[in-house]
Design a protein around this ligand. Structure first.
Ligand code: SF4
Length: 349
């Protein structure tokens, strides 16, 4: 548990006020009393607590499982608990509900959205499909349930290339919503009939090539761990191609695969290009390695809306419950299942 305040107070009397505007829930300190009350309420609700790798360290530490979005959804489906508390953003909790429709799924703050998932709506995807009849739709897991329901095959950053490669070469492919992951897939598959939606995540797009090049030059012995949604993924491959950094130093990885690579690398330092919350799990996985963010301002404000106060409120009130209508859930589930059948899905973001 990271630096818990050991002051004893009666957390049951903590009042959690409704936040103003889009501010997160606040006013609760993540101390030992909070941790004990969270555990007690989770047991009372028969709830399993899941936390994404980008969550605040204190939320990651109190969770039963920490991981990437798809891995957590699969844990949700396999869990014997009747309630899932998903500490992440809304589309992730929806994916858990799609895979575990019989369970109660709670997100501690339903306002925790995602700029990437919001890049395309179900209506926009239906219009795009109408312009390309017969095309196969491949969507990254960072999409709403409505978009998944309009999708033929979902993909994660680990298997996007395999998913697209599994589609007959003469079929058009519509890839959404992330343009950087789409560009990565197009480059690797060399496919001309792949159309890419111009969506992006504001956090990952803010990690840019020049910044990466500067950091890589200043630390020539470091490995580079890059999430393919990063604006710098292309630059990283370009730098490797130019010989500016050794090609085997550049690793394009999902967040789950970053942890595996962290345990395996012999590098003494690693530059990490993804949301800064990831550093917590990396440092735990390989404490002797010096992990540094390429951009330490790359923090997702939606992920950080899941505060200690929001989690306490969620467990006290059984809020905010996530609903997906059964028809949308069934169609969305089919696109996720097709992805799993094609190969190692990894974990997505
Ligand atoms: S980091 Fe980007 S893709 Fe991830 S939840 Fe935040 S806005 Fe969405």
């Amino acid at each position: 548990m990271p630096r818990l305040d050991t002051a004893v107070h009666d957390v049951a009397t903590d009042v959690i006020a409704a936040p103003e505007g889009d501010a997160p829930y606040g006013g609760v300190v993540a101390d030992e009393a909070w941790a004990a009350e969270v555990r007690r309420l989770a047991t009372e609700r028969d709830a399993v607590l899941l936390a994404h790798n980008y969550q605040l360290p204190e939320i990651q530490e109190i969770a039963d499982h920490t991981g990437d979005s798809l891995a957590l959804s699969r844990i949700a489906a396999a869990s014997e608990a009747s309630t899932i508390v998903f500490c992440g953003v809304h589309f992730m909790a929806e994916t858990a509900k799609i895979l575990a429709p019989e369970k109660t799924v709670l997100i501690p703050d339903a306002r925790a959205g995602c700029s990437l998932a919001d890049s395309i709506t179900g209506e926009q995807l239906r219009s795009w499909k109408a312009e390309h009849p017969g095309a196969v739709v491949v969507s990254y897991v960072n999409t709403t349930a409505e978009v998944k329901a309009e999708t033929d095959i979902c993909c994660t950053s680990s298997n996007a290339v395999d998913v697209v490669a599994s589609i007959p070469a003469d079929r058009e492919v519509l890839f959404c919503p992330d343009q950087f992951l789409g560009a990565h897939v197009k480059r690797v598959t060399g496919r001309d009939n792949l159309h890419i939606w111009a969506g992006e995540c504001h956090v990952h797009a803010g990690i840019n090539g020049p910044e990466l090049a500067e950091r890589a030059a200043a630390d020539p012995g470091a490995d580079l761990f890059i999430h393919p949604e990063c604006g710098c993924a292309t630059s990283a491959l370009y730098l490797a191609g130019e010989g500016a950094v050794e090609a085997d130093r550049v690793k394009i990885l999902s967040t789950g695969d970053m942890l595996t690579a962290a345990r395996a690398t012999e590098a003494e330092s690693v530059l990490v290009a993804t949301e800064v919350g990831m550093l917590h799990q990396l440092r735990k996985a390989a404490p002797d390695i010096d992990f540094r963010a390429v951009n330490d301002r790359a923090s997702c404000r939606y992920m950080k809306m899941i505060t200690p106060a929001a989690l306490l409120r969620s467990l006290r009130e059984g809020a905010d419950e996530v609903h997906v209508d059964p028809v949308t859930a069934e169609r969305g589930r089919a696109s996720v299942q097709r992805m799993i059948e094609i190969g190692k899905p990894g974990g997505g973001e």
